[in-house]
Design a protein around this ligand. Sequence first.
Ligand code: AMP
Length: 461
Amino acid sequence: MVTCLIGLGSNQGDRVGNLLAAIAALGEDPAISLQAVSSFVESAPVGGPAGQPNFFNGAAILATSLPAEALLTRLLDIELQLGRVRGERFGPRTIDLDLLLYGEQVIESPTLQVPHPRLRVRRFVLAPAAEIAGEMLVPALTDAEQRVSIETLCARLPDPAPSELGLRVIMSAAAMQRHVREIQLSGRRVGVVPTMGALHSGHLSLVQEARRRSDYVVATIFVNPTQFAPHEDFTKYPRTLDADLSALSAAGCQAAFVPSAEEMYPRGATTTVDPPEVALPLEGVCRPGHFRGVATIVLKLFHLIPAEVACFGQKDFQQALVIRRMVADLNVPIEVVVCPTVREADGLALSSRNRYLSAAERERALALSRALRQAEQSIQAGETESNRIVSAMRETLAAAGITSIDYVALADPETLAECSRVEGKTVALIACRVGSTRLIDNCLLDPTIDAGSAKRGAVRA
Ligand code: AMP
């Protein structure tokens, strides 16, 4: 068996998906034993036509019984299988697989040059390779050269310009933990933004807040199966990874943690977090087990990414309370920041699930923010009876044709205990179905603040 280093790149289609598909294809080959896969780093294209998307590049170490030429043929087969069309040099490509090292052999044939001729100078090749193959030795190509490790070659590159450092996409839990440790050892504060992907400006506002509060932002994208009940929308939850990564990169996020379900829940994992009491009402009643799944995954993410600060959205009001309480109860050394809900101009709270709504349903969904605004206005007009406020909110929903209502509640914003009178700070919360799409929204109310200054927590339309 010969130990080889492979370089992978993609800048067309679902870029990270293409890299993962190529790795899966390598893993399925009986003559190949996959040993390690790096994170993927984003880089601007070198040469080729203007306006190409950025690349994601990675590296893999494999052991193989195949001779070098046969391995190269296998790599070309996988490229074709994944839809690579060979065209212009440096043109866009769905997948590019390069044989960088074949043991310590030097091969100079018309079809194959190993070590890869540009291996020594390219950060987008060396940086991911160094992560998994630091010790591997690169044989000298000329008498003047020396045999050096990948790590040494990488360290020899000049310091990268900030524009050269694109998003880093990390799939492995161990690599994620290692990476955060390195960032923190270099004196930087880390911020984390947990998400389930299908990102919108609400998520990106959390990235912005995390940027303000830290030096290095890691967003996580993981559709967590354990927080969905069997009849819920786990399998059809929107997954838009390539667009998400572009958006995170443009928002100045430095790393995305995108683990598989197997990575987060290895076989036999049965330990869970018993969520705090604040998880019991409202969503806790409608979605039994949901907050156990949320608390468990968020605590796991906090262990893998022991950031200084974590940003969550007020949009998921009860979730934010559950996490704040869990962090306090379990002494997790992380500051939890809750950021305001981002809304469309007409008041609809942004949600990944909004894309399920038809045009007519979207129009009906405006009743949620309208009902919250009405509650706010009636409180400002002096109404204090929760029953009357809740009835009016229900009527607003019903008038829009929303009849499947899980709850409309006025509650204490710390404990979520329902209140019969609105006398101090209160949260109004709604969960209902518009068509088959379940939507939630909420608004903080404070009868002690006059109408003019009450706008801070308000629903605007
Ligand atoms: P999700 O991907 O739905 O799990 O949401 C990830 C994070 O984004 C959670 O902390 C949410 O509360 C937050 N979030 C979702 N929608 C919004 C929004 N419209 N405005 C602000 N934050 C949001």
